[in-house]
Design a protein around this ligand. Structure first.
Ligand code: SF4
Ligand code: SF4
Length: 264
C-alpha cells in the first residue's frame, strides 16, 4: 500500500489516536488469545475495532478511494503478520475451486521468486502486483485482507496513478497524501498485534504478504502448527525481523542477573 505521505507532521491529536488504538488493540488480541480458540473469526474482531477508528477520521470525506482502483495493489509491497497471512490462506481455500487455487499458488510463487530476485539484485527494481489482486482489479480476499490494506486511504487518486507510473519507470520516490488518522490507528492496532503475538511466544514478525500466504497454503493445518509455536514461516520473506524466531534473543550478561550484597 502507499506508505509515503507528503503532508505536514503528525498532530498531537493524531498521536493520541495511535496510543488509543494500540491500547484497544492490545486488549482485544490478549483477550482473543486467552480464549485459545483455533478459529480465525477473531480477525473479524480486529477489523471491527479498526473500523471503529476509521469511521472517526476527520479526513473521511476527503478519501478518494473506490472499488476496483488497484494502483496501490499494483505497486506497494504489503507486509502482514503470520496470523493475517493464515487468515487469507484459509479464505482462499474456502472460496476458490481447485483450478483457481492452483492459479493463485502459481502467481504467489512467481511474485515470491521475483521479490527474492529483486532483493538479491538479480532482477530490476519494478513494482510487483499483489498476488491477491484479481483480474477484475479487485481484491480477491477483501473481507480478510491485512489490516494495513484496510487502513490506507489516499486523498488524491490521481497522485496514486502518478506514483504507479513513476514506480513502473523505476522512481519510487513519489509521495501520496493519505488519511493520517486512519494510518495512525492502523499502525497502533498492527503494532499491538505484533507485540502481543510475540509476548505469547508466537511469531509476530512481518512478512511480505504473497510469500507468507504461499507458505500458509502449503502447510496443512497451518493455524494449529502456528499456535504450537512451530517455525513454519522460515521460507517466507521476512520484512521486519524484530523478534524470534527470526531474531535471536541475546541473553543478558550473567553479572546483570547476580545480586552481589554490597559490603557494609
Ligand atoms: S485511490 Fe490510491 S489508495 Fe485508494 S484504492 Fe485507489 S490506488 Fe488505492
Ligand atoms: S491483499 Fe488485497 S487489498 Fe491488499 S494489496 Fe493485495 S489485492 Fe490489494
Amino acid at each position: 500500500m502507499p506508505a509515503r505521505d507528503s503532508q505536514s507532521p503528525v498532530s498531537p491529536h493524531i498521536t493520541e489516536v495511535f496510543h488509543q488504538a494500540s491500547h484497544d488493540g492490545r486488549q482485544l488480541v490478549e483477550g482473543l488469545l486467552r480464549q485459545q480458540s483455533e478459529s480465525l473469526d477473531w480477525i473479524d474482531d480486529l477489523r471491527n475495532l479498526q473500523a471503529k477508528f476509521l469511521n472517526q477520521s476527520p479526513q473521511q470525506a476527503q478519501r478518494d478511494c473506490s472499488a476496483g482502483c488497484p494502483a496501490c495493489c499494483m505497486t506497494a509491497q504489503v507486509d502482514a503478520t503470520p496470523i493475517e497471512a493464515i487468515a487469507v490462506s484459509e479464505y482462499l481455500k474456502a472460496y476458490l475451486d481447485a483450478d483457481a487455487l492452483f492459479a493463485v499458488k502459481n502467481r504467489l510463487t512467481r511474485v515470491t521468486k521475483l521479490r527474492i530476485a529483486q532483493q538479491n539484485a538479480q532482477a530490476p527494481q519494478r513494482p510487483l502486483a499483489c498476488g491477491m489482486l484479481g483480474t477484475d482489479g479487485k481484491c480477491m480476499v477483501y473481507p480478510v485482507r491485512p489490516v494495513i490494506c484496510s487502513g490506507v486511504f489516499s486523498l488524491n487518486q490521481n497522485e496514486c496513478f502518478k506514483a504507479e507510473r513513476e514506480a513502473n519507470a523505476g522512481d519510487f520516490s513519489q509521495s501520496i497524501p493519505l488519511d493520517k488518522f486512519a494510518l495512525q490507528a492502523t499502525g497502533g492496532i498492527s503494532g499491538s498485534l505484533q507485540r502481543v503475538l510475540v509476548e505469547h511466544g508466537l511469531d509476530g514478525n512481518l512478512y511480505e504478504l504473497s510469500s507468507a500466504v504461499l507458505v500458509a497454503l502449503q502447510v496443512p493445518d497451518c493455524l494449529t502448527h502456528y499456535l504450537n509455536q512451530e517455525d513454519i514461516f522460515k521460507n517466507a520473506i521476512c520484512t521486519d525481523p524484530h523478534s524470534p524466531p527470526r531474531k535471536r534473543i541475546v541473553p543478558a550478561p550473567k553479572f546483570l542477573n547476580r545480586r552481589v550484597p554490597r559490603p557494609a
